[in-house]
Design a protein around this ligand. Structure first.
Ligand SMILES: Cc1cc2nc3c(=O)[nH]c(=O)nc-3n(C[C@H](O)[C@H](O)[C@H](O)COP(=O)(O)OP(=O)(O)OC[C@H]3O[C@@H](n4cnc5c(N)ncnc54)[C@H](O)[C@@H]3O)c2cc1C
Length: 406
């Protein structure tokens, strides 16, 4: 492929989507300058391990890092511990936090998301969120004193943290506003299963409750007052209240933003030559004919590669046109030695079917909408869940309409 008119491509973000975009650009023999502004102190690392093996002490710090990307042409320039503070989409320049301005011909935005910290949790010692390696290290450091822990939020991060903390035998209270745990993610039936699983493993789960106030003693959190007026004495509060796309640096850039960088089906943003990938991208998924933002490991990897390829294809001289990125979301979670998995999207389903598994105690479910299979989820049922994936994709293709650029 000839890459005419591309002197410099900037990739913003040094986690999985950025890593995948950079790998793909180099693999495609892109020979112009490739500037990778990672925002990371060190290399790119695996986030899923943070709330699981790493925090449990089952994997070492060095095992977290993704392999170095081969740079055969020597055209990759990595800016570590540097961040972008602004973009001018029309002028095609980005600004670094140190004030330097950099022109580009192509940009792939992979700045991901940051942990959502509700106002009551901000600025108090002993209250921590989990999104980065530094966050995980800070939490690990707190565990030495065997604290009593209150976890705010029974989503993926909250549940994984609860399971990991129980592996140390710590006293855990998990506070979730919904009636079950992970119900929004896995649906009501599996939500009940997850709730029961945590209770059986000794977590004090408080559903239908939220933290209204955190009380400090000697400058550090000491108690949480809940919406039902009960008070929990605690030494550490961990926050699993979701995440928000990291688009602060893009305010005023001219790019269309709406809970992420708004992209068409090819992951192109509202400005030519600027693509987005991973947790920060809200793109038109042709399989669902709708805009969505997905915070899953496999999507970030596939989107990073797809956005890089499509960016190259968008320049004059490219032999192929950009290709829509159609994706069936998939994610997993590990808790108490069990693997929970889901493929597809269950929202709007009108029927759930329960299936027999080899281990009858473990659930395997399929979700249906107007006689089409839209999602499958199971516990320790990897093969079965993945088998359903093919049918989910076939049904999605049959529904698929040509995506309109946004
Ligand atoms: C604790 C944890 C556990 C998880 N477990 C699972 C799991 O079991 N299964 C699953 O499917 N998914 C899981 N995920 C989700 C998965 O890790 C994410 O979907 C994935 O990390 C998204 O990658 P990303 O590159 O899009 O964004 P991120 O990982 O959020 O990375 C964003 C990158 O952008 C950089 N950055 C941000 N702002 C700037 C800036 N202004 N300038 C330059 N760089 C910037 C950051 O430094 C970072 O390198 C988990 C996530 C977390 C946090």
């Amino acid at each position: 492929m000839a890459f005419e008119g591309i002197r410099r491509i900037v990739v913003a973000g040094g986690s999985l989507a950025g890593y995948s975009a950079v790998s793909e650009l180099l693999a495609a023999d892109y020979a112009g300058e490739l500037l990778w502004v990672t925002g990371e102190k060190q290399g790119s690392y695996s986030k899923p391990a943070l709330s699981k093996e790493f925090i449990q002490g089952k994997s070492e710090y060095s095992e977290l890092f993704l392999p170095e990307i081969p740079d055969a042409r020597g055209n990759l320039r990595v800016l570590r511990d540097a961040r972008l503070s602004a973009l001018d989409a029309a002028a095609r320049t980005v600004q670094l936090e140190d004030g330097r301005s950099v022109e580009f011909d192509g940009l792939v935005i992979c700045t991901g998301a940051v942990a959502r910290m509700p106002a009551i949790t901000r600025g108090m010692a002993g209250v921590l969120g989990l999104r980065t390696l530094e966050d995980a290290q800070a939490i690990k450091a707190e565990l030495v004193g065997k604290p009593r822990i209150a976890i705010l939020g029974g989503g993926l991060i909250g549940c994984e943290l609860a399971a990991s903390m129980r592996s140390f035998g710590l006293e855990i209270t998990l506070i979730e506003g919904a009636p079950t745990l992970l119900g929004r993610t896995f649906g009501a039936v599996l939500g009940e299963y997850v709730l029961d699983m945590h209770q059986r493993n000794g977590v004090n789960v408080m559903t239908g409750a939220t933290i209204e106030e955190l009380v400090a003693r000697d400058g550090r959190v000491a108690a949480a007052r809940l919406s039902d007026r009960s008070v929990i004495e605690t030494d550490l509060v961990l926050v699993g209240a979701g995440s928000v796309p990291a688009t602060g640096w893009l305010e005023g850039s001219g790019l269309k933003l709406a809970d992420g960088v708004v992209c068409d089906a090819t992951l192109a943003s509202s400005h030519a030559g600027i693509y987005a990938a991973g947790d920060v991208a809200r793109w038109h998924n042709p399989f669902y004919d709708t805009q969505m933002r997905v915070e899953h490991w496999t999507s970030a990897s596939a989107q990073g590669r797809a956005a890089a390829r499509n960016l190259l294809r968008s320049f004059p001289g490219a032999t192929e046109a950009p290709v829509p990125f159609a994706d069936i979301p998939y994610f997993w979670s590990d808790q108490y030695g069990l693997k929970l998995q889901m493929v597809g999207r269950h929202d709007g389903h009108d029927r759930v079917e329960m299936h027999e598994t080899a281990d009858r105690a473990l659930p395997l479910l399929t979700f249906h909408k107007q006689d089409q299979l839209v999602a499958a989820a199971g516990v320790n049922a990897s093969r079965a869940v993945m088998r359903y994936r093919k049918q989910i994709e076939d049904d999605a293709k049959s529904r698929q309409r040509v995506a309109e650029p946004c």
